[in-house]
Design a binder for this molecule. Sequence first.
Ligand SMILES: CC(C)(COP(=O)(O)OP(=O)(O)OC[C@H]1O[C@@H](n2cnc3c(N)ncnc32)[C@H](O)[C@@H]1OP(=O)(O)O)[C@@H](O)C(=O)NCCC(=O)NCCS
Length: 137
Amino acid sequence: MKIRGFSMSDYAQVRRVWEDSGLEILPGDSRDEVRRKIIRDRDLFLVAEEGGTVVGAAMGAWDGRRGWIYHLGVLPGHQRKGIAARLVGEIERRMRAKGVLKVNAIVYDDNTASLSLFRKLGYSADRRSVFHGKRLE
Ligand SMILES: CC(C)(COP(=O)(O)OP(=O)(O)OC[C@H]1O[C@@H](n2cnc3c(N)ncnc32)[C@H](O)[C@@H]1OP(=O)(O)O)[C@@H](O)C(=O)NCCC(=O)NCCS
């Protein structure tokens, strides 16, 4: 299994990983929006490839203050093999090299797999915070 940077030719396979792993597909996940996203921090958007197939993906981003990890997903048949941990570890390594001081991930409070993964990787939940968002489109 190899971890490498995303390119647009991976889009269909990455989209399948997101869908099959049960991630919520949002307007920002369209091909056009992903093309816009990789204008910035292309090197933080990673895929895990096994035998020529994309089996996992994670979209890292740096807004200039915080690093973020979005849409971490691994195909169901490839889970519990350390793929997500490797994807997150590589994003962290690349962020550290850029001088990013803190990385965040938004995890739903009923997502036990993801909560357990991030806890194991040293992330802690800030129970005082409530995530707020507003659609602008
Ligand atoms: C969360 C997810 C990305 C984990 O991917 P993965 O490749 O299976 O995770 P890893 O194998 O790297 O797991 C590393 C550790 O995380 C924890 N973990 C992962 N999946 C778990 C699960 N289903 N239940 C409990 N702990 C889990 C374990 O501590 C695991 O270590 P262990 O296998 O030695 O016990 C995967 O379950 C997934 O794609 N889920 C659906 C999409 C999603 O919810 N993404 C996260 C959005 S925030």
